[in-house]
Each structure stands twice: as C-alpha cells, then as structure tokens.
Write a protein that binds this ligand. Structure first.
Ligand SMILES: [Zn+2]
Length: 238
C-alpha cells in the first residue's frame, strides 16, 4: 500500500491567491459602479425625453462586462493557487462559481430597471434589454468555472501521477520541472527541458511548487522511460 499524498497550498501560493481575490472583488465592485452610473444616465435621458440608447449607456454595459470578466479570470486563477475543499458542497460551489453570481448582480438590476420603467418605450426596452441581456449571458458563461479545482481533486491527481511516475521510473518518485514549462519530466536531460533552472522533487513537491491547473508528464519522457523498461526486460530475457 502506497502512502497517500495530500495537496497543501504553500504559504506563498495562499498569499498570491489572497491578492488575486482582493483584485477580483475590486473589479466586481467596479462593475457594480458602472451599472449604477448606467442607471443614473438612463434616468437622466428619460427625464429629458431623450433616447436611452447612446454611446455612454452602451459603453457602460461594455465596461461592466469587461470588469466582470477580468475579475472572474483573477478569481479562477486564485482558485488554482489555493483551491477550496469539496467537503462542504454548498461552500465549494459558492466559492468556485462566485464569478457567475457577480455577473448576475452586475447586470440583472439594470435589465429589470429598464424593462420595468414605464417611461421607456417598447423598442428601446427591446434593444437595450437585448444588449444588456447578451452581456449578462457572456459574463455568466465567461465567469463559470467548467473545471473547478479543489484540494481533493489535486490530491487525487497527485496520487495517481505518483503511481504513474513510479511505474515508469523504477519505483522512484522523482520528477524535474522548469519555472516556465508546463510539463513534468522524468529525465533532466530531456530535449524539452530548455531552461537552465531545473527543479527536482517528488510529484507532490512539483504540484505544491508549480501552482498550475494541470501538471502533465512530458510525452517524450514517457516514451523514453517505456523504451528503457523494455530494453531492461529484453536484457533479462537474454
Ligand atoms: Zn521530457
């Protein structure tokens, strides 16, 4: 029975994740402000009996969308550095998909305000409602995390990958990685190891250090290790 590894985010990763989450929250607040300004401009246009469709109101919808999406991008990145636990399903869902909630909060009040305002005519309602509706849809889909990371998922992947590496590497749990590369290598002289800065450690250490979504094992290294294994078997047969 192999000992079970456990993914634990480093203090450095946790610190970076916290910063990213603060930036995300600030951007989402910015999106809310853009929405409030848009509502005020629409009210003003209605009072002056002008069209609510102008470069400012549409521009604010676009700004609102951009702020929600950038915020969600940072939020998702933070989750990959310091993933939540799946132990509490509700909290896990909430934290993983907070960007979707931000998208709804950043658009729904504006849409409802325009659609329910008696002083805006039907055609303007339809056009503005469609623009803001499509923006909310894009914001929601763009903010949704289709593969939300979790401590449990990372732990499972580390254990599975440790088994694969040991199988290929004569029972030794040791890999190489570079700061910018996105693969784990079994050989430090692999042709794809181009950086002069090469770190080495167990699969678990590689995952803690690299802070990315997926640590794949280099295909070239896998092929080389498999050939080495076959050669060894042939030697034994002869
Ligand atoms: Zn390699």
């Amino acid at each position: 029975m192999n000992e079970q590894k456990q993914f634990v985010a480093t203090d450095e990763a946790k610190g970076q994740a916290k910063q990213l989450r603060i930036f995300a929250a600030l951007l989402w607040i910015g999106a809310l402000v853009a929405q409030i300004v848009a509502i005020r401009l629409i009210l003003k246009a209605v009072n002056m009996e002008e069209s609510i469709l102008n470069v400012w109101t549409i521009g604010l919808v676009v700004l609102d969308l951009a702020l929600v999406l950038i915020g969600s991008m940072l939020w998702k990145k933070a989750g990959r550095l310091d993933p939540p636990s799946e132990k509490n399903k509700f909290l896990f869902m909430l934290q993983s998909q907070l960007g979707v909630i931000a998208a709804i909060v950043a658009f729904l009040p504006l849409i409802l305000f325009v659609l329910t305002n008696k002083n805006i005519d039907g055609k303007q309602k339809a056009i503005f409602g469609s623009i803001a509706g499509v923006a909310m849809l894009i914001a929601g889909i763009g903010s949704y995390d289709f593969n939300p990371p979790s401590i449990e998922k990372y732990t499972e992947q580390i254990n599975a990958q440790t088994d694969v590496i040991k199988e290929l590497n004569n029972g030794v749990d040791m890999v190489y990685w570079t700061p910018s590369g996105n693969k784990l290598h079994i050989y430090n002289d692999c042709q794809h190891v181009r950086s002069s800065v090469v770190s080495e450690g167990t699969v678990e250490q590689a995952w803690q250090a690299r802070k990315i979504d997926n640590n794949e094992v280099c295909k070239t290294c896998i092929a080389k290790a498999e050939n080495a294994k076959k050669a060894k078997l042939n030697e034994l047969v002869e």
